[in-house]
Write a protein that binds this ligand. Structure first.
Ligand SMILES: Nc1ncnc2c1ncn2[C@@H]1O[C@H](COP(=O)(O)OP(=O)(O)OP(=O)(O)O)[C@@H](O)[C@H]1O
Length: 551
């Protein structure tokens, strides 16, 4: 870090977040400037020349993504970190595509944001030592991603999609069957300059060996038995567009050679033809085979391997991101309801626990099938444990505890949804309340509400199970409520305990306790409690939802 303290600009319409960040960052020798809107942020950015910009996505007026696009011109060197309440695919991809340094999901851990700012500052310093400008900027469009998942590994995938989409580079997607390789390929295409031109997906494993060349490159009349006329192949049909070759590891060496030529020279020849045809095609390839060992065994051309491997995206298996299951389940049921395939809109807590304990060898595709099948079998509006395939319930066996789990996951009414397809609006994470009531199997859980941007205070992010991320497991400071202590003693002890445990969320715990006490004092009357606390009732409600406090 240079000797001059780096300027950090915080753009957020929530005064509390601006205040909190300002306090945290000023204590770390950053110079902090703030703005309460995207429009104001642009002005401040031009004057203050910040090194890092923390930019909220959901603001009145210009959104964060819109502001980001303007900032790229107004303040091209600054490292922008987008702050969003949800890790939706669209936001993640767009943030990276429009040149954000990174993005972070609110509410977040203080350590995490500080670490990210530090990284951004050193990236700023590195990039200022090198010549060269920022990455090209694309125009914003209305996308429908359909990629669901806010787990760390999926967020990484989304970021890479955003980074590679705008380039014309070949991309290799690896991952087990059913992990979403084709979905990702389509998403890259949708975000590329070639969007609007053809996208053709070819499953190489599904085409007989003797027909694959003709399928890909076309054939001339009479070139083989059955070739009764001239036919264009997929490469030719896809000129100007993107071709997705699934299971590329299943191609014979002669076909591999032709693919290499198409990639390197931009030329193909139809089977039985002599004419060289120019094609301009972006290739996205996928495989669930180990191409490295195929190269070692000489069954896959090394030069083609390197040509394909310019960018590589590894999709995590579903068992590596079990925390995404509630979100996926909600998304899938929502889709089924929308397509009028079912009226089932919930999953009981017991059933969900089983889904989250299962190994998912068939990954998301298997989950999709299970959801469809179970929704068909379900009698009420909730998928119960008994509706799940017996082999899954048996496979999970005793791994699942069925008590103290959250109530059913509700699915938003699709007609009332303002989210884009593929982006569940409010997903299980923070709006599933933890309940001790074993009402799960009746399907009478509390419907979830769309979660607004939630306030940051010391920052405990919630994971899909509603448990704050990045906090020690025992996060209660019961000592605050211990009897026969003066308030001062209690606070001293609480503070000392927190320091001893290395906690960074003391403020949050104190806030929770104060809210609980105010509610207890008013007998659960929220309006009165809000008055005591000096906040609006809506803010109190937001906090109660966020901290799982019931009146
Ligand atoms: N992250 C995701 N969010 C929502 N749906 C998903 C996700 N990943 C996969 N799916 C769905 O799962 C199914 C399988 O996905 P896809 O065909 O893209 O997998 P694949 O890895 O290409 O499979 P294969 O290797 O068998 O060809 C599709 O219906 C897809 O929409």
């Amino acid at each position: 870090m240079s000797t001059k303290s780096p300027v950090v600009l915080v753009i957020d319409d929530d005064s509390e977040i601006r205040y909190t960040l300002e306090r945290i960052l000023s204590a770390r020798q950053y110079q902090v400037v703030t703005a309460d809107s995207g429009e104001e942020g642009l002005k401040v950015a031009k004057e203050a020349n910040p090194v890092v910009i923390l930019l909220d996505n959901r603001m009145g007026g210009m959104t964060g993504i819109e502001t980001l696009q303007h900032l790229r011109h107004a303040c091209p060197k600054a490292m922008v970190i987008l702050m969003t309440a949800f890790g939706t695919a669209q936001t993640a991809i767009e943030a990276m595509k429009f040149g954000a340094f990174d993005y972070i999901i609110k509410p977040f851990d203080v350590k995490k944001i500080l670490g990210l700012i530090e990284k951004a500052v050193s990236a700023y310093e590195d990039s200022n030592q090198e010549k060269g400008g920022v990455a090209p900027i694309l125009n914003s469009e209305d996308y429908k991603e359909g990629i669901v998942g806010s787990s760390e590994p999926m967020q990484e995938v989304l970021k890479i999609i955003g980074q590679v989409a705008a380039s014309d580079a070949t991309v290799m997607i690896t991952g087990e069957s059913g992990t979403g390789k084709e979905l990702v390929a389509r998403c890259i295409y949708q975000h590329s300059h070639r969007n609007g031109k053809a996208f053709i997906a070819v499953n190489c494993a599904a085409i007989p060996e003797n027909l694959i060349e003709s399928e890909l490159f076309g054939h001339e009349k009479g070139s083989f038995t059955g070739a009764t006329g001239q036919r264009k192949g997929k490469f030719e049909l896809c000129d100007g567009g993107t071709i997705f070759l699934d299971e590329i590891g299943d191609m014979s060496p002669p076909t591999q050679t032709k693919i290499l030529r198409a990639l390197q020279e931009g030329e193909i020849q139809r089977v039985g033809g002599t004419e060289t045809i120019k094609v301009d095609v972006r290739l996205i390839a996928a495989t669930n085979k180990n191409l490295e060992s195929m190269v070692a065994e000489n069954t896959f051309r090394e030069d083609l391997y390197y040509r394909l491997n310019v960018f590589r995206i590894r999709l995590p298996s579903l068992r590596e991101r079990l925390e995404d299951i509630p979100m996926l389940v909600e998304y899938m049921l929502q889709k089924l309801v929308k397509n009028r395939k079912t009226r089932v809109s919930r999953v009981s807590t017991d059933a969900l626990a089983i889904l989250q304990a299962y190994n998912w060898p068939g990954n998301v595709r298997e989950l999709e099938n299970v959801m469809f099948r179970s929704a068909v079998l379900a009698q009420g509006d909730t998928i119960l444990r008994k509706d799940l395939p017996a082999e899954i319930v048996t496979a999970v066996g005793g791994k699942v505890k069925t008590s103290h789990t959250p109530p059913p996951i509700p699915v938003a009414d699709p007609s009332a949804s303002t989210a884009q397809a593929g982006e569940p609006e409010a997903v299980a994470a923070s709006d599933v309340e933890t309940s001790e009531t074993p009402e799960a199997e009746t399907g009478s859980g509390v419907p979830g509400s769309a979660v607004e941007d939630v306030p940051l205070l010391g920052g405990a992010a919630a994971d899909a199970s509603g448990v704050p991320v990045g906090l020690p497991e025992d996060r209660s400071l019961e000592v605050v409520t211990a009897p026969r202590m003066t308030p001062d003693e209690a606070f001293d002890l609480a503070f000392a305990t927190a320091l001893e445990r290395g906690e960074t969320n003391v403020l949050v715990e104190v806030e929770k306790e104060i809210i609980r006490r105010a509610l207890a004092h008013t007998g659960g009357n929220q309006a009165k409690a809000a008055t005591i606390l000096g906040i609006t009732r809506a803010t109190l409600k937001k906090r109660m939802d966020m901290y799982d406090i019931t009146a």
